[in-house]
Design a protein around this ligand. Structure first.
Ligand code: RB5
Length: 147
């Protein structure tokens, strides 16, 4: 299950990606916003991040104007690693090195074609593990991991 949410700035791109992902056969949990009204991005980021942290969705996608506010809010949730990605390279590395489970994008930054590419790379790239596992574990403040 892939959860997706946006604010008003991200709504057109969210609609585009929901259609794109459903066409590819993915199950989508669309958490809004559903209509063109001004909303506060943290409300949507916290809802989605809470569900990813709880295991309700394996991956999440958050879209606002820049992707910045969404990533800041989502990363306050333990177990959530939200990555702001602008291109296929950052999406690939977010998965391979950081095991990111939430993809954040800026609808005022990316066009729909690049956003599709970023999303596909994010969803199909595996975590490298190994030394990156130790580093990712240390992201959590109380991980107990030693250097
Ligand atoms: C809304 O104007 C904008 O601030 C929001 O979409 C996002 O870019 C915040 O980080």
């Amino acid at each position: 299950m892939i959860a997706i949410a946006s604010d008003h700035a991200g709504l057109p791109l969210k609609r585009h990606l929901v259609a794109y992902l459903e066409k590819l056969g993915h199950q989508i949990l669309d958490l809004g916003v559903d209509e063109d009204r001004s909303v506060d991005y943290p409300d949507f980021a916290h809802d989605l991040a809470g569900r990813v942290a709880a295991g309700e969705a394996g991956r999440g996608i958050l879209i606002c104007g820049t992707g910045l506010g969404m990533s800041m809010a989502a990363n306050r949730h333990p177990g959530v690693r939200a990555a702001l990605c602008h291109d296929a390279y950052t999406a690939e590395m977010a998965r391979r090195h950081n095991d990111a489970n939430v993809l954040c994008m800026g609808a005022r930054v990316l066009g729909p074609g690049v956003a599709e590419q970023v999303t596909t790379v994010f969803l199909t790239t595996a975590f490298d593990g190994g030394r990156h596992r130790r580093r990712v574990n240390k992201i959590e403040p109380d991980s107990g991991e030693e250097s």
